[in-house]
Ligand binder design. Structure first.
Ligand code: SAH
Length: 244
């Protein structure tokens, strides 16, 4: 296979012979920063149609065109797994979105819980982080990052068929999550991670009563929310996801 160093997400249909117009930011990146020239080979994906080999046919710092040559690899979608988490400080929230993309979350959903400090997020910036993470990790899928919603509202409209891996810090030290996940079985799932302050007693009671929720422990130590998100996604992927 042609050796290609650069992978780019393009919001454009892909297919042999397609020409793809690049926007200003993509052109700046490819031709200004990465010094690519006409004839250079670039891998592209659009989140739906696999990874394609393209060749630069026009290049300037403000625009450019890629010519789509051939399919390099199939579309690979992650399992039907959502990450629901309470946003924390900016850099740590960015980290969570980046790592969740690498770990194969299909959807990333920031939620406001009783002890969440943030009352807004920059959805566009977080979505851009997910896209960059997909470019970097070799994935062909970019998870949707949804806007901030209230956890209580999300739970009210929760789809009955989707299981929720509720990472409950009050269960610290109890048996790990693997067995509980395997007993519940495969299907649509979500992982829920709380903020630095943890969950309120009201939230905990509500989640323990919800038929779709599986309260689990992430081991004998309290993890920071960003660590907990990566750890929970790892355990889930190992037990029921695409690490099997
Ligand atoms: N301040 C809280 C901890 C919050 S940790 C306390 O001291 O109790 C942030 C989030 O990470 C938690 O809400 C939970 O979702 C998850 N988490 C961290 N460690 C965990 C553990 N050992 N078991 C289950 N969930 C954990």
């Amino acid at each position: 296979m042609t050796d290609v160093k650069i992978r780019l997400f393009v919001d454009h249909p892909l297919g042999a012979g397609q020409s793809l117009a690049l926007d200003k930011a993509q052109s700046h990146y490819l031709f200004g920063v990465m010094r690519q020239q006409v004839g250079a080979k670039i891998a592209v994906f659009n989140g739906r149609e696999g990874e394609w080999l393209t060749e630069v046919s026009e290049a300037s710092k403000r625009g450019g065109v890629l010519l789509c040559k051939e399919l390099r690899g199939p579309q690979v979608n992650p399992p039907d797994l959502w990450l629901v988490f309470a946003p924390i400080k900016k850099a740590r929230t960015d980290f969570i979105v980046e790592k969740a993309t690498e770990m194969g979350a299909a959807r990333i959903m920031p939620v406001q819980t009783d002890y969440t400090n943030a009352d807004r997020i920059r959805q566009d910036r977080l979505q851009a982080h997910a896209l960059e993470a997909a470019e970097q990790c070799g994935g062909t899928f970019v998870p949707e990052v949804t806007d901030l919603t209230k956890l209580s509202a999300l739970l009210e409209s929760w789809p009955a068929t989707r299981n929720l891996m509720f990472c409950d810090e009050s269960l610290v030290g109890q048996m790990g999550a693997q067995a509980a996940l395997q007993a519940a079985g495969a299907g649509p799932w979500a992982v829920l991670i709380g903020p630095e302050g943890g969950f309120s007693e009201k939230e905990r009671a509500r989640l323990h009563a919800a038929p779709f929720a599986y309260p689990v422990s992430l081991g004998p130590r309290i993890l920071r929310a960003d660590t907990a998100a990566v750890a929970a996604l790892t355990v889930w992927q190992q037990a029921l996801g695409d690490w099997m």
